[in-house]
Design a protein around this ligand. Structure first.
Ligand SMILES: C[S@@+](CC[C@H](N)C(=O)[O-])C[C@H]1O[C@@H](n2cnc3c(N)ncnc32)[C@H](O)[C@@H]1O
Length: 204
């Protein structure tokens, strides 16, 4: 079952709760490739931009954000944002050269719709960065296990499922990079100490 996507009630104080030094340093590392790609391109879209933490880092001239929660948008100060669902993007075809979706936003979305929409609004050669939380991941030699734990939701279970999804939406795998635990951690604890994974796709 998907986790709840309703951030309206938690928007107040969100920046304070998620803005501690450890958390900022962690996301600095996890997001460095997507920030560099977004800054190096002409136009970037963030899905589920929330209060605009990442958009502001990328820089307003390069980026636009959408979020389903008006309360999250109102608690931020990013210049170019609008309320929308990532499952139906209010943008023209081939409009962006980078799309970023961080802090596990994909776990709230319909994968078929969101991959198809990202493919539509990305220009050819454009990049889609998907940051997901993972749990129970302990070895970089087990990518299928990583994919099996990409989401904690039922839409795709393994790399083969994900492969079919991206192939039908004219994406190619570019890379998977992740920051796993070095030891297997029991699920109740791992659920709190998520490890991270960034998947990168190219629109072909
Ligand atoms: C974990 S927060 C991340 C916020 C921001 N990206 C950040 O890094 O601080 C997830 C965000 O996804 C948004 N969200 C959930 N479902 C969505 C959807 N269908 N379309 C767009 N945004 C959605 C939520 O409102 C929330 O702001």
């Amino acid at each position: 079952m998907k986790p709840t996507a309703n951030y309206d009630s938690s928007a107040e104080g969100y920046n304070q709760r998620h803005g501690d030094k450890v958390s900022r340093q962690r996301f600095e590392r996890v997001e460095e490739d997507m920030v560099a790609a977004a800054r190096g391109g002409h136009s970037c879209l963030e899905l589920g931009c929330g209060t605009g933490r990442l958009l502001n880092k990328i820089g307003g001239n390069h980026s636009v954000g959408i979020d389903i929660s008006m309360a999250m948008l109102k608690h931020g100060d990013a210049p170019r944002v609008c309320q929308a669902t990532a499952n139906h993007l209010p943008f023209a075809d081939n409009h962006f050269d980078t799309i970023v979706a961080t802090k596990g936003v994909f776990r709230y979305l319909d994968p078929t719709k969101v991959f198809s929409e990202c493919s539509r609004v990305l220009s050819t050669g454009g990049l889609l960065f998907v940051h997901q939380y993972t749990d129970n991941v302990w070895s970089i030699r087990r990518p299928s296990q990583v994919a099996g734990h990409l989401n904690d939701y039922d839409d795709y279970d393994n790399l083969a499922d994900l492969n079919n999804l991206i192939r039908t939406n004219v994406f190619l795998w570019r890379s998977i990079r992740f920051w796993p635990y070095v030891a297997r951690i029991p699920t109740p604890i791992a659920g709190r100490l998520w490890s991270h994974c960034v998947l990168v796709f190219t629109k072909i």
